[in-house]
Ligand binder design. Structure first.
Ligand SMILES: [Zn+2]
Length: 428
């Protein structure tokens, strides 16, 4: 995960959701545009980790893909279908004071942009859709492992042959199944005549406005997230192929590689406070973490990263995965120091506050007069300021590492009672 950085801001209005979705345009300028919408239901992770990996590991070389990975962001980090009600039943009518109103209005506007030629709405549905009833899990009422269309065709639209497209892609998906029971089928809800609830859905809003749209559903009853993400990504590729959209991906598409990539949560940065943390291996709780009394704006390359103020401090999430809780201590922030001199294994370098210092066995950081360095987990008798002291990896208490592998340590800089930023020492 490297290419893109996204910033999130907490909304000030009490009448809106806290977190708004983000839009990522992967464009070459020419050709058709596929709009992929993930995360309308917060407890359906196949539907949002797939677009997250897509953004991090695919490059579009012809045509265009627009990606919204986190439509119902507040619900996603709480792993709930919809904390303000079912967002996918708000596309026909929505009340003015509905907390989802701005999100629904904004996504409608995006869907109706003339450039958008086909829309996918991603889910993990219940069970395994089968045209014939078999049991509780495999039956016509189930939603999982299916391409859901509202009607067979939408006259006059370029990709309006929804039934044909869905049937073609479900056959292609069935080539990469991890288990035979995961087979994909096409479910036509015949929304206009037969399905009142679906008339309030995102895809039917699109259909009524002459935009081809369908839902891609993996199954809630597949426990393995990488398997679901694999199927979602495979279907994106098939849709792109039908639309003449060309791409490069930087990994081999199979369950194992997808599983490995999903372990990477990226980083979080708190730029105004000069703090940067790698998220993938953090301990579940980190104590006495310095934060500006005024609060802070954060950003991440991972569009599913969000923070929430919990009982015990700042909770950091990637989608429905809680990564860590920072038990915070508040300070005034002092921005006067930009960089310091540091030594990694004896080698000198200038290093920006808020970055990593890579070392193998020891390091030393020199802060100017008037500033104080505090290396968390290290102490030397009589030294309140740890500036200029050579610190061996073996002399730091592992209980204070940021990560489970005991490689990452905090070097915090203070001036008087103010916090000036942090360097994360990384013993590779
Ligand atoms: Zn859903």
């Amino acid at each position: 995960m490297k290419k893109i950085i996204f910033a999130f801001f907490v909304a000030l209005s009490l009448n809106a959701a806290n977190l708004h979705f983000s839009l990522h345009k992967m464009e070459t300028g020419k050709g058709d545009t596929l709009l992929i919408i993930g995360g309308i239901h917060g407890n359906e992770p196949g539907g949002y980790f797939a677009p997250m990996l897509f953004l991090a590991h695919y490059k579009i070389t012809e045509g265009n893909v627009w990606v919204v990975p986190n439509l119902n962001f507040d619900s996603l980090i709480q792993n709930q279908r919809g904390i303000y009600g079912d967002m996918n039943r708000k596309f026909a009518v929505i009340k003015n004071d509905d907390k989802d109103k701005k999100i629904v209005d904004d996504i409608k506007k995006l869907m109706l942009e003339p450039k958008v030629s086909l829309i996918l709405n991603l889910h993990d549905g219940h069970g395994f859709y089968r045209p014939q009833p078999k049991n509780d899990l495999f039956n016509p009422k189930a939603w999982g492992q299916a391409f859901i269309i509202d009607q067979q065709a939408l006259a006059g639209a370029k990709y309006g042959n929804l039934g044909e497209i869905a049937s073609k892609i479900s056959k292609k998906n069935n080539v990469v199944l991890e288990e035979d029971v995961h087979e994909f089928n096409v479910k036509n809800t015949q929304t206009k005549d037969k399905d009142e609830a679906m008339r309030q859905s995102l895809t039917y809003f699109a259909i009524k406005n002459k935009k081809p749209a369908l839902a891609v559903e993996t199954s809630k009853n597949i426990a393995d997230l990488p398997t679901k993400v694999l199927y979602q990504l495979k279907s994106f590729e098939e849709f792109m192929q039908i639309m003449g959209i060309k791409y490069k991906r930087d990994f081999e598409l199979n369950q194992k590689t997808v599983a490995a990539l999903l372990q990477n949560y990226g980083e979080i940065e708190i730029p105004p406070l000069k703090i940067k943390l790698p998220l993938s291996d953090l301990k579940p709780q980190i104590k006495y973490f310095p934060i500006d009394a005024k609060g802070a704006v954060y950003k991440s390359q991972n569009p599913l990263v969000a923070t929430m103020q919990g009982k015990n401090g700042y909770e950091i999430y990637s989608g429905n995965i809680k990564i860590t809780t920072l038990t915070t201590q508040t300070y005034a922030f002092d921005d006067s120091l930009k960089e310091v001199e540091a030594f990694a294994d004896g080698k000198s370098q200038q290093i920006a506050i808020g970055s990593y210092l890579k070392a193998k066995s020891n390091f030393k950081i020199n802060v100017p007069d008037g500033y104080r360095l505090n290396i968390i987990g290290f102490s030397k008798k009589g030294a309140e300021n740890e500036s200029g002291i050579e610190v061996a990896k073996s002399s730091i208490d592992k209980n204070y590492s940021l990560d489970k592998s005991a490689k990452l340590y905090r070097a915090e800089i203070y001036k008087g009672k103010s916090f000036c930023g942090m360097i994360v020492v990384n013993f590779e």
